[in-house]
Design a protein around this ligand. Structure first.
Ligand SMILES: [Zn+2]
Ligand SMILES: [Zn+2]
Length: 372
């Protein structure tokens, strides 16, 4: 079987009962809800291709079934910068298709194995869990889907050039093709961030491509511009960064984000690190109690108002209740490094070489894996 025969079903939330209007082969949904539970939540009109089904679900009242390739046009078009180098867009098309196919055939394990929630330890992570009754939702939780969008020609070309292609591991499985903004010079392994198991083709290795500090300003801007819309904001693309954090900030985050009060935060001690150096367990010493916290995303949330760039950092106490954090990378660092991949594309590597570099041992195939 080939991917071009496949369809994906998308669960779409609406406000109130769905208001639909047929427009030729398409259906106009007049009250699609976007940004659910965010302050910018609103309704929009969306033009949907494919089949429409109304459900009894409380939130996702519409299910839209459409060909996988049609769906990818809608989502890759809205996620990617159309100015990005073509080989980078092609690499991303293969990754997005692998992700969506994984949802359709349900290959990824979302077990809670390894999660801990005890008085003295919180070890947890977030992942997109499987939906009931459909493959993916239309919100940012999965990938943003708002029906038919104006698709930039560059994205159309990238999807067409890689039509049906997905990433397959040496054992014939679909690769869980993770990616992040910048690995910071070394990629991370799966269990530092999620379930305690090794994933094929997600390995830790040195990445020379994302070191934008080594480039002059003009070259650096060229790489950042290729993938970021607001590239001025992040001068080094997250390759290196530094920030400070105070005990008051950590205490506030512990209370608001983790519902814990351990008194005054006295000390921060790194207990374990992943292969790239990302902290996966942090011991927070308080005046009333101690707390062990992990994995990487939870540590990033603990030490910043929103998120720290990454959990690959060194801690240095600079005053009582104040620490300097010097870090590398932006995001979890597992799988493809977007800044490194953009630079490889600008240097003339094609998408096959980019994918082979970031997912070692993988191959590109148009066949759907059968042994998952
Ligand atoms: Zn979802
Ligand atoms: Zn990198």
């Amino acid at each position: 079987m080939k991917t071009d025969a496949l369809k994906i079903s998308v669960g779409i939330p609406t406000i109130g009962a769905p208001v639909l209007e047929k427009q030729g082969d398409l259906t106009l949904l007049k009250n699609m809800l976007i940004g659910k539970d965010f302050h910018w939540q609103k309704t929009i009109e969306a033009l949907l291709p494919g089949e429409i089904e109304i459900t009894e679900d409380e939130v996702f009242k519409v299910i839209n079934r459409l060909p996988l390739e049609e769906y990818l046009k809608c989502v890759v078009g809205s996620e990617m910068n159309p100015e990005a180098p073509p080989e980078f867009l092609k690499a991303h098309s293969v990754i997005s298709r692998s992700w969506a196919l994984g949802k359709i055939i349900g290959v990824h394990d979302h077990s809670e194995e390894g999660k801990v929630n005890l008085p003295y330890a919180i070890i947890t992570w977030e992942d997109t869990c499987d939906h009931n009754g459909f493959d993916v939702c239309s919100d940012d939780h999965c990938q943003r889907y708002q029906g038919i969008q104006p698709i930039p020609q560059s994205v159309r070309d990238a999807l067409m050039a890689t039509e049906g292609e997905v990433l397959i591991s040496p054992h014939g499985r679909l690769v869980d093709a993770r990616f992040s903004k910048c690995c910071g010079g070394k990629t991370e392994v799966f269990p530092t961030c999620w379930q305690p198991r090794d994933e094929e083709c997600l390995e830790s290795f040195e990445d020379p491509w994302c070191n934008l500090d080594a480039l002059d300003k003009e070259e650096r801007t060229k790489v950042l511009k290729a993938i970021l819309k607001d590239y001025d904001l992040v001068n080094s693309g997250g390759f290196t960064w530094e920030t400070t954090v105070t005990s008051e900030e950590i205490e506030r985050n512990l209370l608001q984000k983790f519902k814990r009060n351990i008194g005054k935060v006295i000390d921060l001690i790194v207990i374990s690190r992943g292969s790239s150096g990302r902290v996966s367990e942090l011991h927070v010493k308080g005046s009333k109690a101690d707390l062990l916290i992990g994995k990487e995303l939870m540590i990033r949330r603990l030490l910043a108002d929103s998120h720290l760039y990454s959990s690959r950092f060194d801690i240095e106490p600079i005053a009582y209740g104040k620490w300097m954090l010097r870090g590398h990378g932006w995001g979890h660092g597992v799988g493809l490094c977007q800044i490194g991949a953009a630079r490889m594309a600008l240097e003339g590597y094609d998408y096959r070489e980019i994918l082979a570099f970031y997912y070692p041992g993988s191959r590109i195939s148009k066949e759907i894996p059968t042994n998952n």
